[in-house]
Design a protein. Sequence first.
Length: 92
Amino acid sequence: MSGESLLVILVVGLIAGWLAGQIVQGTGFGLVADICIGIVGALIGNWLLPHLGIHLGRGIVAAIISATIGAVLLLLILWFVNRRGRGRWRLR
């Protein structure tokens, strides 16, 4: 893996994590956690969307959209698992 591809993965992860944090309010995990959530979300989105028959295309914008969808799903799963927080997170 080259340095450029690693940088692209980190940038896509950061943007997707930030966007997911804006959609699911109250997550406020910070920069490093947003990157991690975005990267894991990208893995979820890249695996799940084609299985559902959804193809967004190629390129950085499609990667950001796919990663954001996956990151939102990840945050919603975390929210359902952590329901004992009672209203800590809200959907916008």
